[in-house]
Design a binder for this molecule. Structure first.
Ligand SMILES: [Zn+2]
Length: 83
């Protein structure tokens, strides 16, 4: 049994646990209870990479992209507060 979690991820059940995996390469990223985002390849870009209108966010937010560790598929793209 599985169900989609966003565009490139799905949750499936196996061995009594729920897992998050990549739909492209079936790489198992983490258990559902874990923070799967921490297991991804992560890159951050200036907010203006998302468009020139994002200039107002420079210095406050960064564009964070998360990639599958197995195949490099883009899993999530989001503005996050700059730490
Ligand atoms: Zn993958």
């Amino acid at each position: 049994m599985s169900h989609p979690l966003g565009d490139s991820l799905e949750v499936y059940s196996d061995q009594g646990a729920n897992w998050v995996r990549c739909t492209r390469c079936s790489h198992v990223i983490a258990r559902l209870e874990e923070h799967w985002r921490k297991r991804c390849e992560r890159r951050t870009f200036p907010p203006t990479k998302a468009g020139p209108l994002m200039t107002i966010l420079v210095g406050h937010y960064v564009l964070q992209k998360l990639y599958c560790p197995g195949c490099g598929a883009l899993l999530e793209s989001d503005m996050v507060e700059q730490s």
